[in-house]
Design a protein around this ligand. Sequence first.
Ligand code: IMP
Length: 194
Amino acid sequence: MELVFATNNRHKLEELQELLGSEIKLLSLGDIGCYEDIPETQPTLEGNARQKSFFVYEKYGYNCFADDTGLEIEALDGEPGVYSARYAGDARDSDANMKKVLEKLVKINSREARFRTVISLILNGEETQFEGIVEGAILTEKKGNSGFGYDPVFQPKGYTQSFAEMSLEQKNKISHRGRAVEKLVNFLKSGVKN
Ligand code: IMP
């Protein structure tokens, strides 16, 4: 069976292909000749993931899945959430995004936050969603150099390191994306959502 992962990130695709084994062949957007910007205009992670997966399914006719991720900070009513990539503006600048978060939390004691990933899978026109969450806290300053996005200011619950101080392997085991992907892989292998 062929399945499109609505991404152009080769690394993400290869990592997932490894987990899925040879029965399912993953295709990237490039593999199916999709070079256009896929709309992501919904106000929720669920809506955006669904918008992307249905776009590919309807326009290109492939079974497909898409993901969307956000950092949800409790004291900021779930901000930046669906706006995580562009929190400080259209430049999608991670340093500016982290600076904005740290400034907004300066006088706030509660620093609880979580990353949440939603995956929308479309098989023959029917959608199933999978959610992965990692709970944690926003640090008072950046720590570590690995990873991307908000990793230097996010410390998962039960750990003393930020995501940016962990190896990719360590992070994937506990991360929002890792957890959502694990559910997707189990479903694709067993046909049962758990
Ligand atoms: P996307 O939906 O995977 O493109 O993620 C949207 C935005 O959330 C990214 O641009 C990052 O700012 C942030 N983000 C997503 N995943 C992570 C992560 O694992 N660590 C840090 N930031 C992340």
